[in-house]
Write a protein that binds this ligand. Structure first.
Ligand code: BGC
Length: 758
């Protein structure tokens, strides 16, 4: 035993020495290179440009960019991909710039590169960090096969406001789960060696607090106490930093009155000094320039503010490129600040192996072999099935039988262009599987399918154009909405069951896609109600990028399936769930409100001094017109199996410093169908030096339970699980009473209690 231990220590020491030598080598190399660089070339490294939105149209690199690359005035490009285009741009840097410094190539690879996975909010509902890591690994392999070495992901902004369209891009409302997912994604993208040709550098964003935009309006002000930041909003960014993320993107919003991009407390005090981040910080798209509109001064002032704050790379706006020399002369920034920023970017390029081989990620043979492969699509299908959440299943209408007649109705039932969801910039709609196709693939010959569109997603052409300024607007059938509904009624009359695919257009969530009305848009509600009136069982499949406020739909539909935007394999994954080839196991990661007035609504809230405890009292913390509870709580999701939770047992009733408590519960599957269940552990600190949430997720386990079997699930609780940031922002666990809750979601739990003694 001792020998093994000695060996492990020796290996560890060796690894550390190797890391130190690599680090030292890198420092020497970068210092040597910087000694040769002019100030203009150093500032050039801080400049990130996009030669054309999304995908290049026409020449790969626009004139100005080409010339700037030649002059060493560009550090990286984003928005282009494909070995040929990347080669062309890199060749320019390598052959025609004075010091031949390779460019870095980035892109918004958010939920897959070309094999598109479910939108991140959907992915998070799998609660399966191994699968999420796998999706990021596949995305990295495909992106690197396409010439890229840097992705603008993961987006880890905690969001409690479904009006905000970008809730689609993150992991929902919980910092604990969000942190686990942040870590998994960074590992998936970066692997263990950034210089490999199939790993890419991740960029955690948007630092910080972007998800708390007031009123859910994008880019809006955020304002919160430090204690809330530290406990509720910052943990996922920190988890990404602790996992070794190579870069961080600053956010558009202000924090404490200073835009994040120019906020020195945030970018230097917290990120570098407190958290020890060693990589580089890139601005968001023109967020340096946007400080002018925020009221921070002209471009020169804003750029100097950003550099002083600790920003290293300026995305698109060229404020650094055009003003830093002047600011240096005027003493508004220092040479050391520019050197530090330049060094961090060169170090990232070094770690990516670009100095050894600038064309490391450029291999014309790779895309065909490695992108959209059968295996990648299969993985996307499995992951998509696991992101689907069963919200209601009355009379066990699901799984569907593979016989009889199914009326497939709805604007999203046979709609290839809306399957991928927001931020699938390199995804190809024509490769995606529609619900109709997926159902037909899975059903076999026994099912007769009928189809009617029934409604448009929206009937408003100018709204449709507004939501997709870069892409083809969502299709609008010119027929009158009532005619579409009548056609659907006729079709439904001939069927045994109605499968109704309704929701949002892909671009109704994501950036700059805030909504104040969270109901189904257009005439879709009328369609659903008309289908319900037929008296046939109605299975509603929802495709949307945010929690919707749809209590009426929950009441009326026989079954409700939340499918999000499930990506390239959407139709197949939805069919797997509807026909029971996969027993759904997804659990919501963001609460569904009953109406917009309940927002922000989240499970880990504080108690008030007047908590509502039932009845119809006056002077309690409630509403006159709606209950406090959400429509569907955090962690909620049904299965075709029937899980029963036994009493929560604790190994001890006292936890001492350094000790552990085991909390266990037995979960029994009272059905014939095997299924996966995510068993959730929540803890409440009953008395604190500051107020504490009524419940906080502190653990979860995904288990497979066969029909009529029981599985015992155990969680180990340590003092660390009880820690929080106190009013001095110290991370502490305070002695006293704690409640433990275990259950199938954040609402339906069994509980027990213990004391922490120190
Ligand atoms: C978004 C970022 C994105 C960047 C580059 C910005 O508008 O906020 O999330 O990475 O554009 O496309």
């Amino acid at each position: 035993m001792r020998r093994i231990l000695t060996m492990i220590v020796a290996i560890f020491a060796l690894l550390q020495v190797t890391a130190q030598t690599t680090d030292a080598k890198m420092k020497t190399f970068v210092a040597g290179l910087m000694a040769k660089m002019t100030m203009e070339e150093k500032i050039g490294q801080l400049n990130l440009v996009t030669p054309g939105w999304g995908v290049p149209t026409g020449s790969v690199v626009s004139k100005g960019v080409e010339d700037n690359i030649r002059k060493g005035r560009v550090g990286g490009l984003f928005g282009i991909f494909g070995p040929d285009k990347v080669r062309q741009a890199q060749t320019l840097a390598m052959n025609e710039s004075r010091l031949r410094i390779p460019l870095i190539f980035g892109l918004d690879v958010i939920h897959g590169h070309k094999t598109i996975f479910p939108i991140p909010l959907g992915l998070s509902c799998s609660w399966d960090t191994a699968l999420i890591e796998r999706s990021a690994r596949i995305a990295a392999m495909e992106a690197s096969a396409d010439g890229l070495c840097w992705v603008f992901s993961p987006m880890v902004d905690i969001a409690r406001d479904p009006r905000w369209g970008r809730i689609a891009e993150g992991a929902g409302e919980d910092p604990y789960l969000g942190s686990k997912i942040a870590r998994a994604m960074v590992k998936g993208y970066q692997g263990t060696d950034l210089s490999k040709d199939n790993t890419v550098m991740a960029c955690v964003k948007h630092f910080a607090l972007y998800g708390a935009a007031e009123a859910g309006r994008d880019y809006n002000t955020t304002d919160m106490s430090r204690i809330r930041m530290y406990n509720e909003y910052l943990p996922p960014y920190k988890a990404a930093v602790d996992a070794g993320v190579g870069s961080v993107m600053s956010s558009f919003n202000e924090i404490d009155g200073i835009p994040a991009t120019g906020n020195r407390w945030l970018l230097t005090g917290l990120l570098r000094n407190q958290w020890g981040f060693k990589g580089f910080v890139v601005s968001d798209y023109t967020s340096v320039n946007e400080m002018i509109a925020h009221g921070m001064g002209d471009l020169q002032t804003s750029s100097a503010l950003a550099l002083n704050a600790g920003l290293d790379m300026d995305m698109v706006g060229e404020g650094f490129l055009t003003t830093l020399q002047k600011s240096l002369k005027e003493g508004k920034v220092t040479k050391k600040q520019i050197d530090d920023a330049c060094r961090r970017i060169l170090e990232a390029k070094y770690k990516l192996g670009l100095f050894q081989d600038p064309f490391r990620y450029v291999n014309e043979g790779r895309p065909e072999k490695e992108i959209l492969t059968t295996e990648n699509r299969q993985a996307a299908r499995e992951i998509a099935a696991r992101s689907i959440v069963l919200l209601k299943n009355e009379r066990q209408v699901l799984p569907l039988k593979k016989s009889g007649t199914i009326a497939l109705i709805g604007p999203l039932a046979n709609n290839q262009s809306e399957m991928l969801g927001t931020w699938a910039v390199s995804g190809d709609n024509t490769k995606s599987v529609t619900i109709q196709k997926g159902l037909q693939n899975a059903a076999g010959a026994g099912v007769n399918f009928l189809y009617a569109k029934g409604a448009n997603i929206t009937d408003d052409t100018s709204f449709a154009k507004r939501i997709s300024p870069f892409a083809k607007p969502t299709e609008i059938d010119p027929r009158h909405p009532d005619d579409l509904i009548h056609e659907a009624i006729d079709v439904a009359a001939k069927a045994d069951v109605i499968v109704l695919a309704v929701g949002e257009a892909a671009e109704m969530s994501g950036e700059s896609a805030s909504r104040t009305d969270l109901d189904l848009p257009g005439s879709q509600r009328k369609l659903v109600e008309a289908m319900v009136r037929t008296g046939k069982p109605v299975v509603v499949v929802l495709l949307n990028g945010r929690p919707l406020a749809i209590p009426w739909l929950h009441e009326q539909a026989t079954a409700v399936v939340e499918a999000w935007f499930a990506g390239t394999e959407a139709g197949n994954a939805i069919a797997d769930v509807l026909f029971g080839n996969y027993n759904p196991s997804g659990k919501l990661t963001a609460s569904f409100p009953r109406n917009v007035g309940q927002i922000p609504i989240y499970y880990n809230a504080k108690n008030t001094g007047r908590p509502f405890e039932g009845g119809n009292p006056k002077f309690k913390s409630d509403y006159l017109d709606v209950v406090n509870e959400p429509l569907y709580p955090f962690g909620y999701g049904l299965s075709y199996a029937a899980f029963n939770y036994d009493t929560v047992l604790l190994s001890h009733d006292t936890l001492r410093a350094g000790g552990t408590i085991t909390a266990s519960v037995t979960v029994t599957n009272n059905s014939d169908i095997a299924g996966e269940e995510t068993v959730q552990l929540y803890i409440r600190d009953m008395v604190g030096s500051v107020t504490r949430p009524v419940k906080e997720l502190k653990g979860f386990k995904k288990i497979m339970v066969k029909g009529h079997e029981a599985v015992k699930v155990e969680f180990t609780i340590t003092e660390n699980d009880l820690k929080f940031y106190n009013s001095e922002l110290k991370y502490v666990a305070e002695p006293g009473e704690f409640r433990v809750f275990i259950g199938t979601n954040s609402r339906d739990v069994k509980e027990a209690g213990f004391r922490l003694v120190k």
